[in-house]
Write a protein that binds this ligand. Structure first.
Ligand code: COA
Length: 403
């Protein structure tokens, strides 16, 4: 039972996914399209990876933050939950908008999630599952009630479009879930997180960080693009996907025969098949949609989750495992008992209310930017009476909270 403050005591708290959403750019790039730019062919790509097409953010206005924001809005809509009541936003990404500020903060601003903390999580393609594990721990420990976990990427901006080893693999997109505290048993049952930094060089963007800051030389030699040893990553991936799945099932006290659905990271159909072989799962229990999206890195699992739900592949009390691997090297798995609350009656006016709220968030953001500029130009001397008045007025505006 929730206490008078609406919080559940720790021993009765469970972390459930209550909303989900995804977003992809408009432009579809097929394998045939890629034949025009690198020495490859549709047959090779399909047989070696399973990928037939991917979505690419060709419009420069479409970014990791805009995709992440759209996915988060969709998740909030499914849960019928206002952005202003979100406590925390975790954005997993390997293609953040900037070194800083965090992409999560930009999404927080766009949503008008004025009460939320926000940070980016860097664990490459495993990041979304890391985020689920973290959000669940915060929720069950009583540190948070409503957490948005987002996986968002525009890796196409980091891909060397003349390198056939990598450019055929990746796609852009975002997926998000809202996780909420509940007294209903289930939700996240167990998690496994892993890393082996000795394999960091197998999949990396070498320059642009503090180790090799951007110079004319790093740009000219293509050091800002993704470099990958595909075969080594393949071997690592098949091993850790199997191990992480086995471990997370053990931790959740579940046998492989009790599994209802696995959502693996959508990197390569051969990796998925070979890593799942040991569990003897029928094909319909392993969700695959990489043929349509390519490898969207940390967005691949939440996008697949959205499609699995849309296809009715998850039912109440089903046991779900999500498992990923990626640069780092990293890997992560989580076992979830799917127990989403019954669909609520959402009043018809809610959509209008929601879009008005997002409009207000945009106005609020513009006002705060403007007010900072005004403040900067008026407050010249310390103790300046007029400056102080303006400053206080702005501060009180800043504290305006949207309900
Ligand atoms: N089109 C046509 N031929 C290609 C090609 C392409 N896009 N890319 C590579 N080839 C060629 C190679 O040059 C090689 O030719 P060779 O035998 O004459 O030297 C041949 O195909 C086989 O290359 P290989 O690297 O052994 O292919 P592969 O079966 O290992 O498949 C990957 C390559 C990248 C698809 C595969 O290794 C893979 O998926 N690795 C994991 C990558 C991954 O998941 N990264 C993301 C992690 S989150």
């Amino acid at each position: 039972m929730a206490g008078s403050n609406g919080h559940y005591p720790p021993q009765q708290r469970y972390a459930h996914i209550t909303g989900w959403g995804m977003a992809v750019p408009e432009r579809v790039v097929t394998n045939k399209d890629l034949e025009q730019i690198v020495d490859t062919n549709d047959e090779w790509i399909q047989s070696r990876t399973g990928i037939a097409q991917r979505y690419i953010a060709v419009d420069p206005r479409e970014t990791t933050a805009t995709l992440g924001t759209r996915a988060a809005m969709a998740a909030l809509e499914v849960a019928d939950f206002p952005a202003a009541k979100v406590d925390l936003i975790i954005c997993s990404t390997s293609s953040p908008e900037h070194t800083f500020p965090a992409t999560a903060s930009l999404i927080q601003d766009a949503l008008g999630a004025t009460r939320a903390g926000a940070f980016d999580l860097s664990a490459a393609c495993s990041g979304f599952v890391y985020g689920i594990s973290l959000a669940s721990s915060m929720i069950t420990a009583g540190q948070a009630e409503n957490v948005l976990v987002i996986g968002a990427e525009t890796l196409s901006r980091l891909v060397d479009w003349s390198d056939r080893n990598t450019c055929i693999l990746f796609g852009d997109g975002a997926g998000a879930v809202l996780m909420q505290a509940s007294s209903v048993p289930g939700g996240v049952l167990s998690s496994v997180l892993g890393s082996d930094g000795s394999g960091g060089d197998l999949l990396t963007v070498p320059a642009g960080g503090s180790r090799q800051p951007a110079t004319l030389e790093t740009v000219a030699s293509g050091q800002h693009f993704i470099k990958m040893d595909g075969r080594a990553v393949f071997r690592f991936a098949t091993r850790v996907m199997t191990e992480a799945t086995r471990e997370v099932l053990e931790k959740a006290n579940l046998g492989a025969d009790e599994l209802d659905l696995v959502i693996p990271h959508q990197a390569n159909i051969r990796i998925i098949k070979s890593s799942m072989r040991q569990f003897n799962l029928p094909e319909e229990k392993v969700f695959v949609n990489l043929q349509n999206y390519g490898n969207t890195s940390t967005a691949s699992i939440p996008i697949a989750l959205c499609e699995a739900i849309a296809e009715d592949r998850l039912k109440p009390n089903d046991n779900l495992v999500m498992v990923g691997f990626g640069a780092g090297l990293t890997w992560a798995a989580t076992a979830i008992k799917w127990a989403v609350p019954d669909a609520r009656e959402v009043p018809v006016w809610r959509a209008g209310q929601r879009s008005a709220t997002y409009g207000l968030a945009r106005m609020r953001s513009r006002f705060l930017r403007f007010s900072r500029r005004v403040e900067g130009s008026l407050v010249t001397d310390e103790g300046d009476a007029w400056g102080e008045v303006v400053s206080k007025r702005i501060e009180s505006w800043r504290n305006v909270r949207e309900e």
